[in-house]
Write a protein that binds this ligand. Structure first.
Ligand code: NAP
Length: 649
């Protein structure tokens, strides 16, 4: 790493950094356990009031903080000036030791193993890279083609791996650009709810995020740049929609029917990877009369930036994350904003939501060795599985109608106070805003001023049932008509029909839709019996509620799929199909665990559940557990069919 500048630059930067992270850096560079004495132990992670971020100061005394900074200036300047050799990256034992010390909590072996890969102190691709290279060098990837459906976050990440490995692939993208959800959603204040230094590929971190939670344009630019940095853009066919994909038992290949404008075409592929996401097909509400509305109306994911909302009467139906994000800016310009809520969500205070990344922090992320890695590891620790115990049902808990356990109940009380404070004088809204399901029954919405927005004079929260839409506005069951100029439908997405509206036809001639109905399931969320050589990314039961980044989940899946592709080429397999029994056992466990978690609670009605109340979208596992579940491909879980053979094993 080239470290620019002089000691003044360095000292200035250190004013903005996270001190426990800096301590880990100093310990790494020096290799000296002097820095792990009790006097350097930071305070345990505890977010200051109204913040999702742990205190950056470590709560050190001035004297200890000065000693850490002085040591950092010395060792980093020595590295810069070539007076000290660049130390090797920490191994797993050292990472575990340093993390445990600096987060002031025990970090176990499994977590340390996962963090080694997430920081890239260890390259997870090493698990399959050499075998795949050999197979490619032996010409096994000739006449082999992988079709990836979708050029959003999952598709780009997979294309990156295939491109680097020299495996022929094509990405089919229905839009005219990459980015998926970050391309399509342009509503006001659209942004991410996971800190960006974690919400980014582990293999393409961005040290230059302008904020801790970036907004849509910056996120789109990141993914757009990734398409070039990964050198995959040339393999993407834009404006191309997959209509149907059918598996041919004789050739063991997929025939993929695609449509580009008026042109229909067929592609023959060895492997199909669905990277379509869970939130890409807007769901229009089943409210009668939508087409009768005389004003402008649109779905939140199809934002009409050309319509000026200033001075207008605007109605928003739905109060999920999209509505919460778009409302404050909408209400700030509208004459009136009417919010139609069916169910309230829990909203989490987030003082740092709009916090820009400080200049010194940017400098450190770019120029201080190991700092970005420890920063990412700390974000994963703070925003991941630390809350897991709060989402698991305590069988002896008395208030199980409202909460899962004592910690979960404490959150309910704290967030209820937050609601009351935010609503101010509109105390009559409090009851409407407190959910009747446990905290984490749905993913916590990161606050952007939701309750103070509802408290505005020009905003009304309406919870009575809607009867229908009429030309002038929204008619309620009691006959009242709320007249509005604009109607925004923040009503979510088709989530339970995973690959809808594509027809995906397996080896027995049945469609996925027919087999799944609204109870989609897949082995590890990825492989489906009867659908050989087909893999889902962000598939059934892989969404995360308690915390964490969906990019993390998808990278776990990409890693698993790359092992499948490696096995196919290395072992000359024509087909790899998950065994029905393995899938059944896995999904029985998924459902059994889901019933004990906050999002499986009977009071929760959400897009995570199907009509039978089964959780079909969310992962039942902690982040670390899912990493473990997907880390090693076990071929015993699969039927293998070798070239020209019947089943080989
Ligand atoms: P959503 O969470 O599914 O919310 C849809 C809203 O529309 C709900 O309030 C729902 O009420 C309401 N609704 C649906 N049909 C209705 C009907 N017929 N009548 C009245 N109300 C109706 O959708 P979303 O807000 O677009 O968010 C979807 C997901 O996208 C989120 O869960 C999140 O994972 C992701 N997202 C993330 C971010 C971010 O992190 N930055 C931002 C936006 C979205 P009920 O709750 O009663 O069903």
């Amino acid at each position: 790493m080239n470290i620019p500048g002089n000691n003044t630059d360095l000292r200035n930067a250190l004013e903005d950094v996270n001190l426990p992270n800096l301590l880990a850096v100093v310990a790494c560079i020096t290799g000296d356990d002097y820095w792990l004495q009790d006097k350097f132990a930071p305070a345990p992670i505890e977010a200051p009031d109204g913040s999702m971020f742990p205190d950056d100061s470590g709560r050190y005394s001035d004297e200890i903080a000065a000693e850490i900074k002085a040591a950092a200036v010395q060792v980093i300047s020595e590295l810069r000036d070539g007076r000290r050799p660049m130390p090797p990256a920490p191994d797993q034992a050292r990472l575990q030791q340093l993390m445990s010390f600096t987060v002031a909590e025990p970090v176990d072996d499994g977590y340390a193993a996962m963090l080694m890969e997430e920081t890239r102190f260890r390259d997870r691709d090493d698990q399959w890279k050499a075998q795949l290279q050999q197979a490619v060098a032996a010409g096994r990837a000739e006449d082999f083609l992988v079709v990836i459906i979708g050029a959003g976050m999952s598709g780009l990440g997979t294309a990156a791996k295939l491109q680097a490995a020299g495996i022929p692939y094509v990405v089919l993208e229905k839009n005219d650009a990459v980015g998926g959800t970050w391309y399509e959603n342009t509503y006001p204040d659209c942004g991410v709810d996971t800190p960006n230094h974690y919400y980014s590929y582990s293999f393409n971190r961005n040290p230059n995020w302008s904020g801790y939670f970036s907004k849509r344009d910056e996120l789109f630019a990141y993914f757009d740049n990734c398409a070039d940095e990964f050198d995959v853009r040339g393999n993407i066919r834009f404006n191309t929609e997959v209509r149907r994909a059918a598996y041919d038992n004789k050739t063991n290949k997929w025939t993929v029917d695609i449509q580009t404008g008026d042109d229909a075409e067929q592609i023959s592929a060895n492997v199909v990877i669905s990277a379509v996401g869970q939130l890409n097909r807007p769901s229009m509400p089943d409210i009668p009369g939508l087409q009768d509305f005389a004003g402008e109306s649109w779905h939140s994911a199809r934002w009409r930036g050309d319509v000026d909302l200033s001075g207008k009467r605007v109605a928003v139906i739905g109060t999920g994350c999209s509505c919460v994000q778009l409302l404050p800016k909408t209400a700030a310009v509208a004459d009136r904003a009417l919010v139609f809520q069916r169910t309230p969500h829990w909203v989490s205070p987030a003082r740092d939501y709009y916090r820009p990344v400080e200049q010194g922090q940017l400098w450190a992320l770019n120029h201080i060795p190991f700092y970005a890695e420890f920063h990412r590891a700390r974000m994963i620790w703070s925003f991941g599985d630390r809350v897991w115990p709060a989402v698991v049902a305590d069988p002896d808990w008395q208030q199980s109608g409202l909460s899962m356990n004592e910690t979960n109940h404490g959150m309910r009380e704290a967030l209820t106070e937050f609601i009351k404070e935010g609503l101010g004088e509109k105390t009559h809204y409090v009851e409407k805003c407190v959910p009747d399901f446990p905290v984490w029954g749905k993913r916590l919405i990161v606050d952007n001023g939701w309750y103070p927005t509802l408290a505005r004079d020009n905003v009304d929260l309406i919870t009575d049932p809607i009867k229908r839409i009429v030309a002038a506005g929204i008619e309620m069951q009691d006959g009242t008509v709320h007249e509005v100029d604009v109607l925004i439908l923040a009503t979510g997405f088709h989530t339970n029909q995973f690959l809808w509206p594509m027809d995906i036809i397996g080896k027995n001639g049945q469609t996925l839709e027919a087999i799944w109905g609204d109870a989609a399931n897949a082995y590890k969320g990825v492989s489906v019996p009867d659908f050989p050589n087909m893999y889902c990314l962000y598939g059934p039961n892989t969404n995360i509620v308690h915390g964490g980044s969906i990019i993390y989940q998808v990278e776990c899946q990409i890693h698993y799929v790359m092992q499948c592709i490696t096995a196919m080429l290395e072992k000359r397999l024509d087909a790899l199909e998950v065994r029905a029994e393995a899938n059944k056992t896995y999904n029985e466990e998924v459902q059994a665990i889901s019933r004990t978690l906050a999002w499986g609670h009977p009071n929760v009605e959400s897009w995570y559940k199907n009509s039978a109340g089964q959780v079909v979208n969310n992962s039942p596992f902690s982040l670390q557990k899912y990493w473990q579940v997907t880390h090693e491909l076990d071929l015993a879980d699969y039927h293998l069919q070798q070239a020209g053979d019947n089943e080989a094993a």
